[in-house]
Design a protein around this ligand. Structure first.
Ligand code: TGC
Ligand code: FAD
Length: 366
């Protein structure tokens, strides 16, 4: 039921506008109330106006949304896994009451500020810092490549303190806090990406997440979001394969349709094999997550495998469309360009390979 209703939303509301949004470098913010009305924001959270769905339902939501566009799935990932999840998991009751219901209704958009301009793969080397001033905190620093950054009413900013890394909930309009959209992207053009600046930003103690100190806080959020991405990218690959099935049956070359060629059928069959394997991997991960047995290394394996699978399929699909493959009339090039971001954010492919390497050998090679 979840898959079908999100699929309908994608078919009826996302697909008709998304190519134009991509061309215009515009996030379709008008869809946020509809995403909220279907219960897609913070869908795994119980209470606070959230749907309380299980992990596999969240995966299916991501898969359907990314069949539309990675930018729409990114919006939901950040809102749900990177902003609402930490408030639910590490926040005070007051913080949950104040933010989660409005976020579930889509009235308050969140963002997650971990990456910094000097290098995102190594967040332990964070420069943004918070110092005590009486009962408040003063934060200075900058964050880079932040999804939803300039449309967010609430930024979860991670900063170094004397005790270790902590999460600060900063509301839009707080003096010294600003966000500037990053223009001229060739990828995720239907998504907002921004830089955040923090210049002596005063944050009261009540806006600090009390439940976690240290890098494990943001990394635990990334585990949730990477899980969703492992499902999401399958949708982008499915969209590319669907386009190819109609294109290769309609296009006639050398006196027969492209689909009559063994070389074409083998490439289509390879895609179906890769998509099905990725789905089984994501499904098993979801079952482990439901059972409380999903490990971060398993999530790294799935994020790496499934992003690589989707990017390879999108690039291959682009090629199989010939010249049409570079046209905005067809979906593969948009998915291909988006997936260049998806394989980079939430840990680059190399970071996930090294995470697996560390798990296998016990040696940290970062
Ligand atoms: P390391 O020593 O491994 O870990 C530090 C502490 O964290 C714990 N931990 C985790 N906890 C929960 N989930 C995970 N995945 C965890 N991984 C590690 C770990 O047990 C330890 O805890 P404790 O209690 O011992 O302190 O840390 P490290 O400094 O060696 O770094 C490891 C590394 C390289 C894997 C990590 O830094 C990393 O993942 N780097 C990549 C950074 C990244 O992915 N950034 C993403 C930014 S957000 C984003 O891209 C959003 S895109 C949104 C969208 O539009 O969809
Ligand atoms: P770097 O860390 O500088 O890496 C550069 C290259 O070096 C990469 O190829 C990397 O794999 C490689 N490398 C790094 N370390 C090693 C090593 N030890 N051995 C070998 N190779 C290595 N961040 C957020 O906090 N919040 C967001 O909402 C968010 N949204 C994003 C949206 C978009 C569209 C993009 C593109 C990024 C977003 N990010 C966000 C940032 C993203 O997480 C980072 O881009 C990513 O973690 C990589 O960091 P970096 O870009 O600084 O690259």
């Amino acid at each position: 039921m979840v898959q079908d209703s999100v699929g309908r939303l994608v078919d009826e509301r996302v697909l008709p506008i998304i190519q134009k949004c991509f061309e215009e470098h515009r996030f379709p913010q008008e869809l946020v109330p509809e995403l909220a009305a279907l219960g897609l924001l913070g869908s795994s959270i119980h209470g606070y106006g959230c749907a309380g769905l299980n992990a596999i339902a969240y995966g299916l939501i991501c898969q359907q949304l990314e069949r539309g566009d990675s930018g729409i799935r990114s919006f939901v990932s950040v809102q749900s896994s990177l902003c609402m999840y930490p408030i639910d998991a590490f926040g005070s009751e007051q913080q949950k009451q104040r933010y989660l219901p409005r976020m579930a209704r889509g009235e308050l958009i969140g963002c997650f500020g971990l990456t910094e301009p000097h290098g995102g793969s190594d967040p332990a080397n964070m420069k943004t810092h918070a110092q005590r001033r009486g009962s408040d905190w003063v934060i200075n620093g900058a964050k880079m490549w932040i999804t939803n950054g300039s449309i967010a009413g609430l930024a979860l900013v991670w900063a170094r303190t004397e005790q270790g890394i902590r999460g600060f909930l900063i509301e839009k309009g707080t003096p010294g806090f600003s966000a500037s959209p990053i223009e001229r992207k060739f990828s995720l053009r239907a998504s907002v990406t921004a830089a955040l600046f923090l210049d002596n930003v005063l944050v009261p103690e009540q806006n600090v997440l009390p439940g976690v100190i240290g890098l494990k806080g943001p990394l635990a959020c990334l585990t949730q979001a990477r899980y969703g991405i492992s499902w999401g990218v399958i949708g982008a690959a499915q969209a590319c394969l669907a386009q190819l099935l109609s294109y290769t049956s309609e296009r006639s070359l050398f006196g027969r349709s492209l689909a009559h060629n063994q070389a074409i059928q083998i490439r289509l069959a390879q895609m179906a094999r890769q998509i099905t394997s990725a789905q089984l991997l994501a499904l098993q991960l979801g079952r482990l997550k439901e059972a409380g047995r999903m490990s971060p290394a398993q999530v790294s394996l799935a994020k790496w495998n499934n992003c690589r699978m989707a990017l390879d399929i999108a690039r291959d699909a682009r090629d199989m469309l010939g010249g049409s493959g570079i046209s905005a009339e067809y979906v593969p090039i948009r998915h291909m360009l988006n997936l260049e971001s998806v394989i980079t954010y939430e840990g680059t492919e190399t970071i996930h390979q090294l995470t697996l390497g560390r798990e296998l050998t016990g040696v940290n090679a970062f």
